[in-house]
Design a protein around this ligand. Structure first.
Ligand code: 8YV
Length: 321
């Protein structure tokens, strides 16, 4: 009888996907691994593959997983992995690119519109009885999105999908700054490649969508906010650490920019004492950019397919290297 390779799944996973993995692997499932860490480590010690998101696989943890052949993220971001270290140890690594582009781009548009039209603030205004006959309707609220300029920092899969929505859905003028040119976006959405400063100075909406790397940590800081328009709306659905959060707080408090829409934070979950949570012109989401039922299913399925392939000596579908 062929022995099934041992794997660890350390993130809550759809039962249907889990059972598909169980057909091919001996699964140790930890939907809340921190609550049962000794058992998690014991399983990791025997595991040839792991599936989940967000857990930092540093040297210390890898030393406790001597049989590991593959680490599979159910996320497009892989800042929890030290790729050179994994290469050195001959451990494969995979992520889930592409399947979440539309869902995350939708969430970014939701943040843009909510911040521009002050949806969360005005929703509370109505629900707490603020809407009365006395003169409310004479006041102007919010700013337009259509026909404005959107600056995308990081024109990868999600950025390009966002550019499509902005260009075709809202008649926006799209600028972008990227490590390399994106001819498809330029041709299809008339996106204009520009320097970081040109983008910051000309954009009404600034959206950062880069991966978190040593080069992008605190990429957007005091200097960048100062370059933005006073009417600029800043959106981050990448990683919190791509932004100097103290500089963002200061820029909002001193009206250097108008508003922000944030799906990610330097520290997650972000504590109640974070000033960003007390600002009416800041719309916040709990890192749910990709978190729709349909897309999380696709991410889980892709992660599972990578895992099963990797522990059976086959090339995974979406390897990082
Ligand atoms: C993940 C994300 O769901 O894909 C990413 O990189 O940030 C989200 O889609 C999150 O990282 C873990 O659940």
């Amino acid at each position: 009888v062929k022995v099934k390779p041992k794997v660890v799944v350390y993130k809550r996973m759809n039962e249907q996907v889990l059972n598909k993995i169980r057909e091919m692997c001996d699964v140790s499932y930890f939907p809340a691994y921190k609550e049962d860490y000794p058992a998690f480590l014991a399983a990791l010690k025997e595991a040839e593959g792991v599936l989940g998101a967000g857990l930092k696989f540093d040297t210390a943890l890898l030393d406790q997983a001597p049989k590991l052949k593959i680490i599979c993220n159910t996320s497009v971001g892989y800042d929890n992995l030290d790729i050179p270290l994994l290469k050195e140890r001959g451990i494969l690594a995979t992520n889930t690119p592409g399947v979440l582009n539309d869902t995350v781009a939708d969430a970014i548009v939701a943040l843009m519109l909510s911040a521009a039209r002050r949806v969360t603030e005005l929703d509370q205004f109505v629900k707490t009885g603020g809407w009365s006959e006395q003169g409310f309707l004479q006041q102007q609220f919010g700013v337009d999105v259509h026909h404005k300029t959107l600056g995308i920092i990081g024109m990868g899969g999600i950025g390009t999908t966002l550019a499509k929505r902005a260009y075709f859905g809202f008649d926006m003028h799209v600028l972008y700054h990227n490590r390399s040119r994106n001819e498809q976006a330029e041709h299809t959405y008339n996106a204009v490649y520009c320097t970081m400063d040109e983008l910051l100075e000309q954009s009404d909406f600034v959206c950062v969508m880069t991966p978190l790397t040593a080069q992008t940590e605190k990429l957007i800081s005091k200097r960048e906010f100062a370059k933005m328009k006073k009417t600029a709306i800043f959106v981050n659905a990448a990683r919190g650490k791509v932004v100097d959060e103290a500089a963002l707080i200061e820029a909002l408090q001193s009206n250097v920019i108008l508003a922000a829409g944030l799906d990610v934070f330097e520290k997650e979950p972000t504590g109640q004492n974070n000033p960003l949570l007390c600002m009416p012109n800041v719309v916040t989401l709990p890192h749910i950019g990709s978190a729709t039922a349909e897309t999380r299913m696709k991410m889980a399925q892709l992660g599972a397919d990578n895992l099963v392939a990797g522990v059976h000596g086959k090339r995974p579908l979406t390897p990082i290297y």
